[in-house]
Design a protein around this ligand. Sequence first.
Ligand code: BG6
Length: 499
Amino acid sequence: MNANQSHEMQGKGDEAVINNALPPSATLPPSDYIIIGGTGDLALRKILPALFWRYLDGQITAEYRIAAASRRDMELDDFADKIRPFCENAFTSGVASEADWTGFLSIITLITLDVADASGGDRLAQFVNERANADRPTIYYMAIASSLFGDATRLLKQCGLVTPQARLVVEKPLGHDGKTSRAINAELAEIFDERQIYRIDHYLGKETVQNLMALRFANVIFESQWNNNHIDHVQITVAETVGAGSRADYYDSYGAIRDMVQNHLLQLVCLVAMEPPSYFNADQVRDEKLRVLRAIRPVALDDVQTGQYQEYTGELGRASDTETYVAMRLMIDNWRWAGVPFYIRTGKKMAQRASEIVITFKQRSHDIFQRNGNGDVGGEPNRLIIRLQPSEGLRLQLISKRPGPGGMRLFPSELNLSFDDTFEERLPDAYERLLMDTARGNQTLFMRHDEVFAAWEIIDPVLAMIAGNAPSLYRAGSMGPQDDLLAADGRQWIDPYED
Ligand code: BG6
């Protein structure tokens, strides 16, 4: 069965599995997590700490097993020392004890495996087969370069490990362009069914990103406003203070457009713009996101602005035209969004680490306060600001009357839903949610192959268009190069709140 057929077959009948809304700490069927590339950066920084937190919450029990499979021969004590710094916040916040740590380590096994020369497959097979049964999911997490996905999946197949309960987790970059992305996908689809493939975009696991769906689809008040009659434009900013740092070589061959826009930012655009799905299940949500991607108008050269922080080439040690900042104007050609620009921007070494979606509503059609001569801020539109990180929350900017005498003096005020102040729970890392969804068999927050391809269809022409154009330089610690994009439309970027 090919990937397309399997996706079409996944219908309403699967909802019980796909969409079972278990409470956050509910235990799931005991599963085996096999991390291929288990001693690498992603495993140490993200995957293992996320599993530790789930263990602390009681969601992962002693019945689970975690295997870190890697070329490196390592003792468990040394491995534990490597993960520990990334788990330290669990101890400093008083949640984890030494007994928890020992308990967690007791479910970890290290396996020496080299997917490139297919050695160690027997060890892995023996480990998996010890507990294999039809009710026990085995999750193979490819924490390795995508160039090795083919070798790794073929090895799993040779070892007889591609069973119905096997699931495959892959991370971006899923290709360098549409063509390579399709080639990677073809390798995966040869061995795994689409329903077994979990393509992570960790932005979809962020609490506030999921909350965006709750905001839109669990409340009625915004729905009637959520269109081109009421919304003037949308801005999405994902600003980072870090530079390319130790990933400079990887980053230089990708740049901000491939690294951030092709995946994270386009996914955010989809969640803001998508139609309500009939059900909150994997294929319905992904069908609606795909429709948005397909409705995005081909991007023109004057819809794109690129930048590079001044120190970048010095850090890299060579000349480079790679963009470390990009801003784009996207138009979505459908009934709901015709005429509403979506401005997106992301950059490294910017003034602050902050990700925000700002929905700016249209002006009132008739302003009674302006006419009275008292409306000094009457020109401010309403805005809904969805703060993705840090200090997650929602702010609705409204115009109010300033209390006291002096007539009808108006000023901007806001309704502020700060998640920190409202919820006692710790906001889990995106990986925690996504890893548990793989055990649960819920693909809603993972990308389907056709979404990835559709995103590349938007991005490939942009990359071709800007090839050879030097990005504008910007000062590290600024908000990117001087804006040409919004200025051309008579608008300006709304800088994120200071944390
Ligand atoms: C990754 C990119 O996907 O996302 C990185 O490769 C980027 O370059 C990171 O720094 C940002 O993630 P977050 O969760 O810190 O916003």
